[in-house]
Design a binder for this molecule. Structure first.
Ligand code: NAD
Ligand code: DAU
Length: 358
């Protein structure tokens, strides 16, 4: 039975990945989820699996070397799937320090603990071990509106404190691959959307505000482009890379689904209007009048677009969920989980929203 150490499993992508893995492998695998439960971590995301015998949650900070070493000492870990990070660009612009702390130094702690547990006396590593570092397309910087793409060979050119911290963490992982032949892979994925995403990010924020009849804040001219991928397609890609990739390889993950922000916002409004029954009183305010242009994000990257050619040809991964289906599934999930939304938007979120958008 393979044992996975998942970091940041109480967050958006991590919790979807854990659901994906138990759906796929059932009792054939064991997962240990390590998460510090920052504002972005929510055990409610995993309430349906918390009673499983092959699942364990450990509350710990990835920067806490002793706590992480103890997990490796007490368990024979086969896979590390490293999601834990500070993940929101706007927060990084306001408070960069914690991004360097968690994303760079926390990754270093994870690498050192895995290396210590897996390294043999001759400097090679126990066979079958794998460390997957989950990273982002933002490390490549910003593209022109000229049809170009990010490839694995595109030079790094991060602009925000968030993307700079992720780029740094990628470089540290690469240095362990190059120096020690440490059995790691790096994946750089485009923007994810789906269930359990915290409403500081564009799609859940727009869904929630539309349902509440609140203004929909569009940064700048609304024409920045992001390349959207349904989160379960990302989970599948991570699993396939863990099982099929050669150690040391790096893969871009994306599904050629580039859209301007304003297009995304209008699609969400149209889809919610279509999905709400006529008898629902919220339907009266679901229209484009909610759209409000606000001051642009500082250093706002113009366009992201992933070339997923390498993961397709070497790993055989293809995205399965078309955006028109994924966005309906996502909106339906938020319709059905309004209690989840209420829990995460009470308290500190109100303060964040007020400071960010006033
Ligand atoms: P998220 O913010 O929803 O979740 C992050 C999780 O990490 C939370 O559960 C949080 O509690 C935990 N965490 C934060 N600091 C920690 C620490 N010091 N120790 C232990 N746990 C800590 O993030 P997400 O959107 O799920 O992103 C997960 C990973 O995927 C990140 O590394 C991010 O850079 C990367 N990524 C995200 C996207 C996206 O569109 N969301 C796309 C590509 C890559
Ligand atoms: O590309 C992958 C990255 O995608 C991940 O690495 C990050 O963790 C993740 O947060 C995401 O970063 P973005 O900055 O692209 O996502 P966000 O949802 O914050 O914003 C998407 C676009 O929408 C971006 O151009 C900014 C814009 N935006 C965002 C918000 C929150 C708005 O216009 N209004 C808003 O209120």
């Amino acid at each position: 039975m393979r044992t996975y150490l998942v970091t940041g499993g109480a967050g958006f992508i991590g919790s979807n990945y854990i659901h994906y893995m138990f759906d796929k492998y059932g009792d054939e695998i064991r997962i240990i989820n390590v998460d510090a439960l920052t504002y972005a971590g929510n055990l409610e995301n995993l309430s349906d699996i918390e009673g499983r015998d092959n699942y364990e949650f450990i509350k710990a900070d990835i920067c806490d070397r002793e706590a992480i070493e103890k997990i490796f000492a007490e368990n024979e870990i086969d896979r590390v799937v490293h999601f834990a990070a500070e993940s929101h660009v706007d927060r990084s612009i306001r408070n960069p320090e914690v991004f360097v702390q968690t994303n760079v130094l926390g990754t270093l702690v994870m690498l050192n603990c895995a290396k210590k547990a897996w390294e043999l006396e001759d400097g090679s590593f126990k066979s079958g071990k794998r460390f997957l570092h989950v990273s982002t397309d933002e490390v490549y910087g910003s593209l022109e509106e000229d049809g170009s793409y990010f490839y694995e060979t595109t030079p790094y050119d991060p602009h925000s404190p968030y993307s700079a911290s992720k780029a740094s963490s990628d470089m540290v992982v690469k240095s362990y691959i190059d120096t020690y032949h440490f059995p790691a892979n790096i994946t750089n994925c485009s923007n994810n959307y789906g269930a359990y995403q915290f409403p500081e990010k564009l799609i859940p924020l727009i869904i929630n505000n539309t349902l509440c009849g609140k203004k929909l804040p569009v940064y700048g001219d609304g024409k920045n482009v992001r390349d959207w991928l349904y989160v379960m397609d990302h989970a599948k890609a991570i699993d396939m890379v863990c099982e099929k990739a050669q150690p040391g390889e790096k893969y871009n993950i994306g599904g050629h689904n580039e859209k301007q922000n304003i297009e995304i916002i209008k699609t969400i409004i149209d889809t919610i209007a279509e999905m709400l029954p006529d008898s629902d009183p919220r339907k009266a305010h679901v229209n484009y009048d909610l759209i409000t242009y606000v001051t642009d994000r500082k250093g706002h990257d113009r366009r992201y677009a992933i070339a997923p050619d390498k993961i397709r040809s070497e790993i055989g991964w293809e995205p399965e969920t078309a955006f028109k289906d994924g966005i309906r599934l996502t909106i339906q999930w938020y319709f059905e989980h309004q209690d989840w939304m209420q829990h995460v938007t009470s308290g500190d979120y109100q303060k964040y929203y007020e400071e960010m958008y006033r």
